[in-house]
Design a protein around this ligand. Sequence first.
Ligand code: FCB
Length: 463
Amino acid sequence: MTMSAQPMPERVALAFPPGFVWGAATAAFQVEGSTGADGREPSVWDTFAATPGAVVGGDTGDPAADHYRRYRDDVALMRTLGLGAYRFSLSWPRIRPFGRPEPRGLEFYDRLVDELLAAGIQPWATLYHWDLPQSLEDQGGWTARDTAYRFAEYAETIVGRLGDRVASWSTLNEPWCAAMLGYGSGVHAPGRSSPEAAVAAAHHLLLGHGLAMDVLRAAAPNTPSGITLNLYPVAADSPADADAARRIDGLQNRLFLDPVLRGGYPEDIADDLAPFGFDQLVRDGDAELIAAPIDWLGVNYYRGYRVADSPRTGSEPAGREWPGAEHVHFVPDPAAPRTHSGWEVQPGGLAESLLQVHRDYRPVPLYITENGASYPDSLTNGEVVDEDRITFLEAHLKAAHDAVSRGVDLRGYFYWSLLDNFEWAEGYAKRFGLVHVDYLSQHRTPKRSAQWYSEVIARNALP
Ligand code: FCB
């Protein structure tokens, strides 16, 4: 048989798989505002933000992007951009303030979900994005095992109400941050700094995830459910730094991936954490609960780490959010461009993180549930020309595409964030949005990046 000399069909450059989910993300405390409305209890973030010096500029959860009151306009905006999905988080202190279900809090999310569905946008709900009710923190917060059970109770309240309409559930967002920044270094709420508290929080958050998965299976058996982790590829320059890399990769990535996808904590890290009481925390049956099968894993990616066992030029010690690895140094790459948050732009690391999961763990569909950058955007003549964000976005989407072509089962991408918002301890000064928010007038202006992203969505491919 002879080969015919037919020309090759023209290939669409960097097309994503059919059905790829294109979305944008927010979190309740960062966008909602209205912190005193409808029976909401203060969260640890309200208390923390009220502590002098805790948040840059003394910023608080009000007004944020006033999304609690403007959600209808925001959904209309999402529709204009062509978003297929909206990832948002539910506010525990609105839904079960002081431990009691609050109908007005539930109704807000009910309306939001209906509005999204009417606009043809999939609602992707996260149960916990760091806003623990203050009354639970007063009883020990995540250092208390009981908080995991209270979390399951809260999950039951909300899943019972929205289970029929939410497209996809996530239990936790970035438990590493909640545990290590919240209880280890105290840079985040509730601002505690003790390695014992941090490791207890990590285990109890994961236990809460496992218990909530049981609730989701029972109340929304047909809805895909998972968890979102923030993964960082870790590199080291020399064999002398291998142990530093092992520790950081272990604390950041494997401490969460292994119990969820392999059924137990990584032994080396459990040993490193034993001096902080980690071995006393895990009870019979916990491992099985935490390993409850998930339908998908969410990966949040911002950058990677280069580490060394001792100081190098420009390096910084790891500090208290790294229990047992405080001596490790993070080594900067002077050549890498940086975002306004000071984070190095390392698109290749996104593919590496996805490949780490693909290679080292059992098969699980992956979604990039967050990726984005802050830049000092300015609104000039009614426009925000954020070419730097477009460059960031394009490079990261290329990396995501590269991962797909290397066999990773990646099914979607959510840009962080839809709107400029309250960037935790950095306050309102760091703008991550596709849409600019004027915090005084609450006027929204889609940035040039929003337009660019919208074209990618329409083509399901990079331009
Ligand atoms: C992630 C958080 C998200 C946002 C981005 C910039 O760690 O999940 O809320 O603050 O960083």
